[in-house]
Design a protein around this ligand. Structure first.
Ligand SMILES: [Zn+2]
Length: 124
């Protein structure tokens, strides 16, 4: 529909709004033109048709699967704590439909349930 705005192609935020001929994402500051967004959503449709077969890869291109163990490759800030340090091992990850770009559900020792991005982990 014409009045449903597309998701931000950078961070998948649904809070994008129109500013003149551009769409603007308040979450990450990305600006793009609706024409590009159309192309992006066509890509998304292609991805969707692949369904559950969509492949999630870690930061170096290894394919991740449910139950894998990974290490965090980049220190991650976590609200209200000292954060997760690079090199932290995470066991038994679960792949999920991306939430704001986070596609791994897991439990981090000392932190509890956590969503991570596959781009900041490496399979071990
Ligand atoms: Zn965004």
């Amino acid at each position: 529909m014409a009045d449903s705005l597309p998701l931000c192609p950078e961070c998948s935020s649904e809070h994008a709004y129109e500013m003149g001929a551009l769409l603007v994402c308040p979450m990450c500051g990305h600006e793009w033109s609706p024409a590009e967004a159309d192309a992006a959503s066509a890509d998304a449709d292609a991805d969707a048709s692949a369904g559950d077969a969509a492949v999630v890869k870690d930061s170096v291109g290894n394919v991740l699967t449910d139950g894998d163990s990974v290490v965090v490759t980049t220190s991650i800030k976590v609200k209200g704590s000292q954060g997760i340090k690079a090199g932290t091992k995470v066991r038994g990850i679960r792949l999920i439909d991306p939430v704001n770009g986070h596609d791994i559900d897991c439990k981090v020792d000392g932190f509890g349930p956590m969503l991570l991005k596959s781009s900041v982990v490496k399979k071990v």
